[in-house]
Design a protein around this ligand. Sequence first.
Ligand SMILES: NC(=O)c1ccc[n+]([C@@H]2O[C@H](COP(=O)([O-])OP(=O)(O)OC[C@H]3O[C@@H](n4cnc5c(N)ncnc54)[C@H](O)[C@@H]3O)[C@@H](O)[C@H]2O)c1
Length: 241
Amino acid sequence: MLIMQNRVALVTGAATGIGEGIARLFASMGAKVILLDRDAAHNEATARSIDGARAVTVDVCDGEAVDTAVRNVGRVDVLVNNAGIFPRRKFIDMTEAEWDQMQNVNLKSMFHCIKAVAPGMIAQGSGKIVNISSVTFHLGTSELSHYVASKGGVIGLTRSLAREFGEHNVHVNCITPGAINTESEKNFVNDEAVRFMVSQQCLKRRIVPLDIARAALFLASDLSDGLTGQTLNVDGGWVMH
Ligand SMILES: NC(=O)c1ccc[n+]([C@@H]2O[C@H](COP(=O)([O-])OP(=O)(O)OC[C@H]3O[C@@H](n4cnc5c(N)ncnc54)[C@H](O)[C@@H]3O)[C@@H](O)[C@H]2O)c1
């Protein structure tokens, strides 16, 4: 049996990378997947390559646009809050605008997306929300203080909403991916840094979007029905948390 059969799943930042991996795996398990991304061209191309998927162009920082997109979808069973950015900057050189942009894209976007889906999930008495944080929260990575702060906020939001929504059978969990082999990663780390990160892992291979997608599938499906408010660290055994 396909474990996501008859589920409608929204995945943000689904045009590429981890979000794309999640959308593909969910669809292969029977979900009707809606890909939300601000990059219309990539998003539409990705959606065309996934059976039954639909692309919706939206900036997740725009609360009204998110609300309209969700209303047009109708019933939502699963929301994966994955859209994120990770430009490096030393704190000492960081501007207020850079700090704010990071919080807006990585954390406040989740406010908008959860606000849009939560009333429906509460009314139907079921729902799975999966938030993507980062292992850097556990590591306290330098030159990413704005990012690490936003990703810590994601874990806090997850825990608090799990308490608020639990009585409605709405589950809220979180994943902290480690160093994931995506196209975007190449903009931020070189081969030497990648070799170092892999050397720190128990598993001596690159962790890929499919590894994160599998954990997301667990948290989005009935397999995790007894679990909420938790953070799954998927990093090849880099940090033990
Ligand atoms: N790649 C890693 O090593 C890694 C590690 C830990 C956590 N993460 C987290 O995983 C998530 C996905 O990362 P990725 O590596 O796949 O990144 P990516 O850059 O490959 O994909 C991110 C997607 O989000 C979209 N996006 C960005 N801002 C948006 C906005 N405002 N509105 C709508 N869409 C927007 C982009 O267009 C892109 O398609 C991020 O939250 C990131 O912080 C990644």
